[in-house]
Design a protein around this ligand. Structure first.
Ligand SMILES: [Zn+2]
Length: 241
């Protein structure tokens, strides 16, 4: 089957320029399709309230981007069109449903491509049978039936906090959000830079995310991710301290 690319396909993310209340203009990434099976970090950004939220480099204010997005968790069978607000006027719903229809088709295509790629790897890895009882195509159909998950029905979720609550309820305790802080009191620019580079290196090695918080004299870098991972980092920090 030819792998056609739909020219109207919504990009996974795009770059936008935001204007902060302080007057600063800065670039940020907004996600249109959030597939947490392919990008588990985005699951933790959502849980930490940081998905499609950018921090102003000038004043540290957080700016929320309010575009609707698709949330897809293939493993847990959740496919949702997420509208930013929880109050939606009737006349907005027609527009919303048209977006939804297009987005649903794209998300299903993406899941199918991934599943077919996995299936092909399994077929390649499987030992060749000495005797063929059935035709190759029968075997391929049987394999496809086993491996291809039914695309779950698309839900419409109004409000990012509603999505967050739903996603959190699907997680095992060890998968829930955990975070650990690196803090300094009144750090100079060099000290901040040093802490940030430590935090970013750790985050990179453990597939965690970082978030900076400045509160008066206190400078904090949060490392966040799954509880299991964060507990491991906290133990490592404790033994190296
Ligand atoms: Zn600002």
């Amino acid at each position: 089957m030819a792998n056609k690319t739909n020219s109207t396909r919504m990009p996974r993310s795009s770059e936008v320029t935001l204007t902060c209340a302080c007057g600063e203009h800065f670039a940020a990434t907004v996600y249109h399709t959030v597939n947490v099976t392919l990008e588990p970090r985005l699951l933790y950004r959502l849980l930490a309230g940081q998905l499609n939220v950018a921090t102003c480099p000038n004043c540290g204010r957080q700016v929320e981007m309010t575009q609707p997005f698709i949330y897809h968790d293939m493993r847990r069978g959740l496919l949702a069109y997420v509208y930013h607000r929880s109050d939606v006027e009737q006349e907005d719903r027609e527009v919303l449903l048209e977006h939804l229809r297009r987005a649903y088709v794209q998300a299903v295509e993406e899941a199918e491509r991934l599943t077919h790629a996995q299936e092909q790897r399994m077929v390649d890895a499987a030992p060749k049978p000495a005797i063929r009882r059935r035709s190759d195509s029968d075997d391929a159909d049987a394999l496809r039936a086993t491996l291809e998950p039914e695309a779950p029905p698309m839900q419409v979720i109004f409000g990012v906090s509603e999505l967050t609550a739903l996603v959190d309820s699907l997680l095992e305790p060890e998968e829930k959000l955990g975070r650990v802080a690196l803090t300094a009191r009144n750090p100079g620019a060099a000290e901040k830079e040093r802490l940030l580079s430590i935090a970013r290196r750790m985050a990179g090695q453990t597939a965690c995310e970082t978030m900076v918080e400045e509160d008066g004299e206190e400078y904090t870098i949060w490392l966040y991710g799954s509880r299991a991972t964060v507990n491991m980092i906290a133990r490592a920090l404790h033994t190296s301290a």
